[in-house]
Design a protein around this ligand. Structure first.
Ligand SMILES: *Cc1c(COP(=O)(O)O)cnc(C)c1O
Length: 455
């Protein structure tokens, strides 16, 4: 597969070049020359294939001969000892994407990326420095994915005081080849600093730089996998075949059988995606284009509603981000919009994506309501997704077709928001271990010179 910059359709590069450089030299994002399609035999058996097999079939055409089949098989096998269960909650489905080591969906992208980088650089001597800006979850997933990987070091920039204590430990608690920088500013400042560092000649001479943000194509492609897996299972009328779903205490007098989630074999599912930088949704669009049986998408945001506003008005207006309870979605200028716009016209997007935005008050209400009705804990990001679907149903824009909300993080990651509304949230073992770490980060003002001094 060849890749182009969103800003220059002339010069094609390999997957390795696109992945290892992250951002194109002209500031654009890499997109595939064409989006591959699943062979018919794969498409018709998505509902019954094991997760690593779907991963293999999905990723293969994107990495072509650069990562040969045997190496790719090994990579996906080691990257995915966990899967993405589809569970019924009330009248909907929830796609639980938080069963990886940092309890957020970003593990799916980061774990593939780390192993792919390691493979692609197997013959290189010069160490690689990965610079990543995070609004919370990316940093933890990337740090965890690359921790201990030889020949690669990672520097994570995060907005000081705007990530949770647990996220801070995931980002700044590992040490070794992972360093952390707390920037006195917003996520947009962190993202800008990374972009400026990439554009800095002297830095690029001194260091081999790469990015790991959701602008990186090697993170997006493995995220298309769970869309295909979920869509295939929903079409086949099957939930959680691996038994990994979060155990749930049902409220007394409300047995599981009373839940009336809608699952109609043969009817494609609508997928609701809590979104910030829009990497996740872009990966979903790739899965759709590859042939995964998806009816359409919901772009659910918090009050940082740049994309829902675009879908409504037809005018794209980036803005400054505002802090909310769903902090991993506090993005006012979503990078991946440039990819979406490169692949789809406004009219195509409107046909495929419904937008809705949710405020913090509604987020809290939804967390409390879901817990009291069904004993299910939503994290604030997933709650935005759930409520966005409610709003669209109420507005008559969605019928009662099968609908799955992507659960992007485990509720225990945001216990300080969730617990006052629900009582104690059960904590997965991986997070218990993380809480024991000591965070250790350098603090800098949001200026390139301060960052350069530390690199
Ligand atoms: C990163 C993140 C999001 C937003 O995903 P994008 O790909 O940036 O749109 C949503 N929820 C959680 C928990 C996240 O970590």
């Amino acid at each position: 597969m060849r890749y182009y910059s969103t800003r220059n359709k002339k010069e094609a590069v390999t997957f390795a070049a696109a992945a290892l450089s992250g951002l194109a030299p002209d500031g654009g994002l890499y997109i595939p020359a064409e989006i591959p399609e699943y062979p018919a035999a794969v498409k018709s058996s998505l509902g019954s294939m094991a997760y690593p097999d779907i991963a293999f079939e999905t990723i293969k055409p994107w990495v072509d001969r650069e990562i040969p089949g045997s190496a790719l098989e090994e990579i996906v096998h080691h990257a995915y000892p966990f899967t993405a269960p589809l569970v019924g909650v009330g009248n909907r489905l929830v796609l639980e994407l938080f069963h990886g080591p940092t309890a957020a969906f970003k593990d799916f992208g980061a774990r593939f990326m780390a192993r792919a980088f390691s493979y692609l650089r197997r013959n290189e001597d010069r160490p690689l420095k990965i610079l990543v800006a995070t609004s919370g979850d990316t940093g933890g997933a990337v740090a965890d994915g690359f921790f201990g990987v030889e020949g690669i070091s990672v520097t994570v920039l995060y907005p000081r005081g705007r990530v949770s204590p647990l996220q801070e430990r995931q980002i700044a608690g590992l040490g070794g080849n992972i360093s952390a920088i707390a920037v006195e500013g917003s996520f947009d400042d962190c993202q800008r600093l990374v972009k400026e560092a990439f554009g800095d000649e002297s830095l690029r001479k001194r260091l081999e730089l790469s990015s790991a943000n959701s602008i990186n194509i090697s993170r997006l492609v493995p995220q298309a996998v769970y869309y295909a897996a979920a869509a295939g299972r929903a079409l086949a009328g099957k939930l959680d075949p691996d038994g990994e779903a979060t155990p749930r205490a049902h409220p007394p007098g409300r047995p599981l059988g009373e839940e009336n989630f809608i699952l109609r074999p043969g009817v494609p599912v609508t997928l609701c995606v809590p979104s910030g930088n829009f990497g996740n949704l872009t990966a979903g669009l790739y899965a759709y284009k590859m042939g995964a049986p998806i009816a359409r998408f919901i772009a659910a945001t918090n009050i940082n509603k740049t994309v829902p506003d675009y879908l409504e008005s037809g005018e794209y207006k980036a803005r400054l981000s505002q802090a909310t309870l769903s902090n991993a979605m506090d993005v006012g200028a979503p990078s991946n919009f440039e990819r979406m716009a490169a692949h789809f016209s406004l009219e195509e997007m409107r046909g495929l994506i419904l937008g809705a935005h949710i405020n913090d008050e509604e987020t809290r209400e939804t967390i409390a309501a879901l817990h009291s009705a069904w004993g299910y804990f939503l994290d604030p990001h997933t709650a935005v997704g759930w409520k966005a679907a409610d709003k669209l149903v109420r507005a008559g824009r969605l019928k009662d077709d099968p609908l799955a909300v992507l659960s992007t993080a485990h509720p225990a990651k945001f216990a300080e928001t969730v617990e006052p509304l629900t009582g104690a949230v059960p904590v997965p073992a991986s997070l218990k271990e993380t809480m024991k770490r000591q965070p250790n980060a350098a603090v800098i003002p949001p200026e390139l010179e301060a960052l350069k001094a530390l690199l």
